[in-house]
Design a protein around this ligand. Sequence first.
Ligand SMILES: C[S@@+](CC[C@H](N)C(=O)[O-])C[C@H]1O[C@@H](n2cnc3c(N)ncnc32)[C@H](O)[C@@H]1O
Length: 180
Amino acid sequence: MHQKGMSKTTSNLSFRLMALSFKLRDWVLPRRRILREVGIRRGDRVLDYGCGPGSYIGPLAELVGEEGRIYALDLHPLALQMVQRIALRKGLKNVETIPSDCKTGLPGESIDVVLLYDVLHELSSRDDVLRELHRALKPQGVLSVMDHHMKEGEVVSAVTGGGLFRLLKKGKRTLNFCKA
Ligand SMILES: C[S@@+](CC[C@H](N)C(=O)[O-])C[C@H]1O[C@@H](n2cnc3c(N)ncnc32)[C@H](O)[C@@H]1O
């Protein structure tokens, strides 16, 4: 695990309560409606950074198809267990879990889309994570960010402030960035 400003995991109970509340959240607003804003295509390689209990995994799998690949990264062991369970239940062979709080271990310029949903406000080493996502993204890749804990302007300056990304497209709920 990454050392500088190392992130703390929440307790298993808090994580389970969050997972439960997300079931209601996802019923009210299905995650596929959010993903429609991003332009994910069949065959894409997508990194779900801070995947949590895996709300996006099923909808992502439908979008990328069997030829695509989904990397689900989280620092919380329960998150990765929940994602593995979803993949098993749905028979998804193209989902890989990554335990980490920063480094992805993915080859440079190998990822088409990174989802950073409801995670930015939690990052203790935001710039290190953004640098890592920039490294992993393909030159034309998209970093899709959503964080209802932050104002839109705060998200834009947090992501673009380091000069690595620029705002590409504003969706109804997502802010989508490309490499600067
Ligand atoms: C509020 S949840 C959002 C989960 C998911 N993205 C969603 O929107 O349904 C935030 C997740 O980010 C994870 N997280 C927080 N800091 C992280 C870090 N530095 N690296 C990886 N995951 C992190 C937490 O463990 C948690 O699962």
